[in-house]
Design a protein around this ligand. Structure first.
Ligand code: BV8
Ligand code: ZN
Length: 239
């Protein structure tokens, strides 16, 4: 694996990873659109919206609370750890759609959370926000100001955090290699990042057991899981 592109990769100055739910799948976290993407009888796409939250805050909070407990019990896998170790050899930036914090827990130091964080909780009204890794007794939890708290994630129909998105576009436009791992590239605007990279002549590598809508635009595609492939990608720098 990677023999024919190892020179291209080793000569890079900066590698940007765009990751999605698939990279955390081997840590036991269900992907969004895979067969394990349903919760009770609900489609994640229906619940991860501001309308669902306003219509049924208790249900949406039960979903997030269950995901929080699963994520706090999960561990980074070989894929997350290989990306973190790569920082010993080259400039690495991670642009993740995931909200699980596993890249940071694996040791990656430059992680941009495009869709926010399930660890961070914020008030729906005042400017309270904080990382909370305990279980909430009362659902939906209330802020000290009396209003409802919510996970600090980006719901469908909500804009991405402006500063995070601006930085993500800059990094995507300034890398020599972009590795797109574990994402179906269905969700925008995150799915435009490979286009920014390609427009700036980056070498695109896709790691996904399945084809995606951008597979034909990739310079190199590996049909396998990220936990298996990313340690091989790292070994290019170790040889
Ligand atoms: C915005 C946080 C504008 C919450 C998430 C039509 C109607 C309405 C809206 C739209 C529309 N068309 C487009 C839109 C915009 C919308 C969108 O893209 N919708 C899609 C579904 C069509 N986007 C938005 O709304 C975004 N905001 O556009 O704002 C705006 C501007 C100004 C002012 C107001 C508004 C916000 C999008 C963010 C939504 N939040 N998450 C939460 O997680 O609870 S997105 C959610 O999907 C997750 O973050 C997830 O990461 C992300 C993307 O999915 P993937 O990561 O790709 O996961 P998926 O399951 O799809 O695929 C997994 C892949 O892994 C597969 O390819 C599989 O083969 C692979 N895989 C599996 N196992 C492995 C593996 N790969 C490697 N190894 C393995 N072992
Ligand atoms: Zn408040």
């Amino acid at each position: 694996m990677f023999e024919e592109i190892s020179e291209e990769i080793k000569n890079a100055n900066k590698i940007v990873f765009v990751t999605g739910a698939g990279i955390s799948q081997e840590s036991g976290i269900p992907t969004f659109r895979g067969k394990d993407g349903l919760w009770r009888k609900y489609d994640a796409m229906q619940l991860a919206t501001i309308d669902a939250f306003h219509a049924n805050p208790k249900l949406v909070w039960e979903w997030y609370n269950e995901r929080r407990m699963n994520i706090f019990a999960a561990k980074p896998n070989n894929g997350h750890e290989a990306i973190a170790e790569l920082e010993n050899y080259i400039d690495v930036v991670v642009l993740t759609q995931n909200i699980d914090g596993l890249h940071q827990r694996a040791g990656s130091s430059k992680v941009f959370e495009l869709h926010g964080s399930i660890v961070r909780i914020k008030c729906t009204v005042c400017d309270y926000q904080n990382d909370v890794i305990t279980n909430f007794e009362q659902i939906p939890p209330k802020c000290i100001c009396g209003n409802m708290l919510r996970p600090d994630v980006v719901w469908f129909g909500e804009p991405l955090p402006q500063n995070v998105w601006r930085q993500a576009m800059i990094h995507a436009s300034q890398c020599d290699v972009m590795v797109i791992a574990g994402t179906s590239l269905v969700v925008s605007p995150a799915n435009t990042l490979p286009i920014y990279a390609k427009q700036n002549n980056a070498f695109l590598v896709e790691i996904n057991p399945e084809r995606t809508i951008m597979t034909s635009d990739m310079d190199y595609s590996v049909r396998d899981s990220s936990a298996r492939v990313l340690p091989e990608f790292l070994s290019i720098f170790k040889s």
